[in-house]
Design a protein around this ligand. Structure first.
Ligand code: DOR
Ligand code: ZN
Length: 351
């Protein structure tokens, strides 16, 4: 990375190790916003119905590629949605055929389209054993869903009750604890063996839980896992800029329509794709760590996955941009992170 001129930032092309691209008209609207900034992305499988088969993943990959301009070089990395009854053969064959890069564990009911997820981790021990044997990563939405657990404690309790025992049963399993939000998660990942890593979103670095309640209820700051108190955000920021390769970029950009967000039962998700790199750059600059951004965004992820680093570069310039209020087409309206606000950095190009 070169920071010779502080008004221009050039990095090896980054990847987004966790993104929701949706399907249909939403896919058509959002896919290129990820593809313009990132060379590859781990695409979440929580469609309705979820992506549980090789055929479904191949077809979805084609639809994603069909939503991106032909001149763009972008590789969607597909994931398999684990269910109680998932067939280990299908997962292993999909991995061997280069269709499934990883499998995703959603605890049943934890979030958007997670109803078909796993009701008890023991139900998938067979597939986890198989994944451990073939070196296929497990991506984890790390929250328990028990009614008696406070919503702000769900990640920490998951680590203690589900993740740690699972790793004791499968010590060689490659695991990525996704979109971490707590000091407990940072500590756990740091202290656990080299097969365990974590992604960190731009939004969990940028604000704490107070953002949901400034002058009233702010549904556009609601996501899962929900943002925690400031001490946790500070732990995430320290991890992101630490240079520890166990922590890398995953936006969890999760578009929902304005109507679905501004509702009596608003959906969880923050649409950060339009300004993802600008947001991370802002955090790293605030932490006087712009020289650490390239490792976090472009090196540690591929190394953990055993994939080559990208060859190209991205450039951001220090030029103020006013983020649009909406990303829209026809009746579809989605509000991006930082809507209406001014950011110091502007994404220029990926080449
Ligand atoms: O905020 C979130 N939105 N968290 C998730 O885990 C899922 C995602 C979505 O798909 O909307
Ligand atoms: Zn997600």
């Amino acid at each position: 990375m070169s920071t010779a001129a502080v008004d221009r930032l050039t990095l090896r092309s980054p990847d987004d190790w966790h993104v929701h691209l949706r399907d249909g008209v939403t896919l058509a609207l959002v896919a290129d916003l990820t593809a313009r900034q990132f060379a590859r992305a781990i695409v979440m499988p929580n469609l309705a119905p979820p992506v549980t088969t090789i055929a479904a993943a191949r077809a979805y990959r084609e639809r994603i590629l069909g939503s991106i301009p032909a001149e763009r070089t972008f590789t969607p990395l597909m994931t398999a949605y684990l269910t109680d009854r998932i067939d280990p053969e299908e997962i292993a064959r999909g991995h061997a055929e280069g269709v499934f890069t990883a499998s995703k564990l959603y605890p049943a009911g934890a979030t958007t389209n997670a109803a078909a997820g796993v009701t008890d981790i023991r139900h998938i021990d067979g597939v986890l054993e198989r994944m451990q044997a073939i070196g296929m990563p497990l991506l984890v939405h790390g929250e328990v869903v028990d009614d008696d657990i406070d919503v702000f404690d769900r990640e920490a309790v998951f680590i203690e009750r589900v993740l740690a025992p699972m790793l004791a049963r499968f010590p060689e399993l490659k695991v990525i604890l996704e979109h971490i939000t707590t000091r407990e998660a940072v500590d756990f990942v740091r202290e656990t063996g080299p097969g365990v890593a974590a992604t960190i979103t731009a939004h969990h670095l940028a604000f704490n839980r107070n953002a949901m309640f400034v002058g009233g209820i702010r549904p556009h700051y609601y996501c899962l896992p929900v943002a925690k108190r400031e001490q946790h955000r500070q732990a995430l920021r320290a991890a992101a800029i630490s240079g520890n390769p166990k922590f890398f970029l995953g936006t969890d950009s999760a578009p929902h329509t304005v109507a679905d967000k501004e509702s009596a039962c608003g959906c969880a998700g923050i649409f950060s794709a339009p300004v993802a790199l600008e947001s991370y750059a802002t955090t790293f600059e605030e932490e006087h760590a712009l020289d650490r951004l390239e490792g976090f965004a472009s090196e540690y992820g591929p190394r953990f996955y055993g994939l080559p680093l990208n060859e190209g570069t991205v450039t951001l310039i220090r030029s103020p941009q006013v983020v649009p209020e909406l990303v829209a087409t026809g009746d579809l309206r989605i509000r991006p992170l930082y809507a209406g606000e001014t950011l110091a950095w502007t994404f220029l190009q990926r080449s």
